[in-house]
Design a binder for this molecule. Structure first.
Ligand code: BES
Ligand code: MN
Ligand code: ZN
Length: 474
């Protein structure tokens, strides 16, 4: 799929399809289209579509009218319209299309270019059945109408979608294929393709570093754990942005075994890892002037005779001891050692992303990621990157009162804080390991995948993270 900017009237586009936008209670600029809109009783509601063939005055074979609802146009309706368009573009097997220019309230041209390219390219992702060939899509050329000639934002959008594609693919893979070893191999492949520095630590090397907490999670599994790091250098010796992604390739709960219903979805418990790998892919393609390192602790959480048991006490790399009260609160146990490990990169900021708690779905549902931070400026930057990319985050508190819930009689802390504020106490646990740098945590348990008939990974929060990183390059 190739993108370009063109500055010609939609009527003159000599390709398979032009995509135009209509508003309810507004007349369309082109009289032929307006007549057809009325004839078809098309109300131009948000998300609605009207496909017209051989429209008088148009060179393209088909015109697709997308409803944007009432004026002024808002960003959510624009994305909804483009998503509806992409399924029609694929079913009509159009090879080339032009997207009409339209004003979106509160957002500029660059935003429109970036988001259009991303949404159209992301919509082309299809879940690959195990053993099947990758599907080829028919849509080859997309021309975005613009009076502007700077194509940078549009190309960024394409790279963000290509990062999301990797993230979604890794998430959707079953856990018998996508193991910690598979994630390490994926990182190595990226390092080859984009000339990045890659390091993968095995169990023995992690043991030497004292990562007793991380290893307590993987020890009940036959799958060997990996600690993966991958670095992009676009700005010499500048301090890197460091992203850490939870990579539990299957979370059975361990000895604190999860109930059976829906347990298959715990193959998605590595979506934090997948999202930092996808973000790295996007950034390595875009090549901004900054340094980025991603770190992925990758393990499988299984019950076994040699698995951790409730009440076990382990020592983390930081020296702090942890009483494992619930082996299903394993994400924080692997993240805490990764968050200590990242100090070696001398980070500018550290952002972790993790499918950490079911409680975040209770608090925020499936729309916003949960955000917690030890630095309000960083939190604000992430919130605004989320609004720009329409991959939003909502902040939750991190007060000391919550931290007290982690008290243990047998170690420096327990790994759970009880029923209340589960998302916040999980973040309080992590905060004990991030005191020496600016840090934010994204709980993506509600946003990384969707359940039900359309079960599949979403590619979030790659748009948010990539937008945040690009904002830092300015
Ligand atoms: N991976 C889960 C969180 C999760 C649950 C994500 C459901 C998406 C859907 C995590 O490891 C976990 O099991 N968390 C526990 C924590 C509890 C034991 C304190 C949870 O949320 O129930
Ligand atoms: Mn768990
Ligand atoms: Zn988990």
């Amino acid at each position: 799929m190739e993108f370009s900017l063109i500055n010609t009237p939609v009527q003159k586009f000599d390709g398979d399809m032009v995509v135009v936008f209509a508003n309810s209670e507004a007349t369309f600029g082109d009289a032929n289209i307006q007549q057809l809109i009325e004839l078809n009783h098309f109300e131009s509601k948000s998300g609605s579509t009207l496909l017209l063939n051989l429209v008088q005055g148009f060179k393209a074979k088909q015109v697709l009218v997308l409803g944007l609802g009432e004026l002024p146009n808002n960003a959510k309706n624009y994305i909804k319209a483009l998503t509806a368009a992409s399924s029609i573009l694929s079913s009509t097997k159009a090879k080339s299309t032009m997207i009409e220019q339209v004003n979106i309230e509160g957002f500029d041209e660059n935003w429109r270019h970036r988001v259009s390219a991303r949404v159209l390219k992301d919509a082309e992702y299809e879940i690959q059945q195990v053993g099947a060939q990758e599907q080829v899509t028919s849509l080859e050329n997309i021309a975005i109408q613009s009076t502007q000639t700077d194509a940078q934002a549009m190309l960024q959008g394409g790279s963000i979608a290509s990062g999301m594609k990797l993230t979604r693919h890794l998430g959707d893979l079953p856990s018998n294929i996508c193991t910690p070893t598979y994630l390490a191999q994926t990182a190595q492949d990226l390092s080859q393709e984009f000339n990045l520095d890659c390091e993968v630590l095995d169990e023995a090397e992690m043991s030497v570093l004292g990562m007793g907490s991380l290893l307590s999670v993987s020890k009940g599994s036959i799958e060997p754990p990996k600690l993966i790091s991958l670095s992009y250098k676009g700005d010499g010796n500048a301090k890197p942005i460091v992203l850490v992604g939870k990579g539990v390739t299957f979370d059975s709960g361990g000895i604190s075994l999860k109930p059976g219903a829906g347990m298959d979805e715990m193959k998605y418990d590595m979506c934090g890892a997948a999202s930092v790998l996808g973000t790295m892919r996007a950034i390595a393609e875009i090549k901004p002037k900054l340094n980025l390192t991603i770190v992925v602790p990758a393990v499988e959480n299984m019950p076994a005779h040699n698995a951790s048991k409730p009440g076990d006490v382990v020592t983390s790399m930081s020296g702090q001891t942890i009483e494992i009260l619930n082996t299903d609160a394993e994400g924080r146990l692997i993240l805490c050692d990764a968050l200590t490990y990242v100090e070696k990169f001398n980070p500018e900021v550290v952002i972790d992303t993790a499918t950490l708690t079911g409680a975040v779905i209770v608090a925020l549902g499936k729309h916003h990621c949960g955000l917690m931070a030890n630095d309000q400026d960083l939190a604000n930057d992430l919130i605004s990157a989320g609004q720009q990319s329409l991959d939003t985050a909502w902040q939750l508190p991190l007060d000391d009162e919550y931290d007290e819930l982690l008290k243990s009689n047998f170690a420096d802390m327990g790994n759970i804080g009880g029923r209340e504020a589960g998302t916040v106490t999980a973040a309080c646990f992590l905060a004990r390991y991030t005191k020496d740098y600016r840090w934010a945590h994204l709980d993506i348990a509600g946003t990384a995948w969707v359940s039900g008939a359309k079960k599949g990974a979403t590619g979030r929060p790659v748009p948010l993270l990539t937008q945040y990183i690009l904002d830092q390059a300015k």
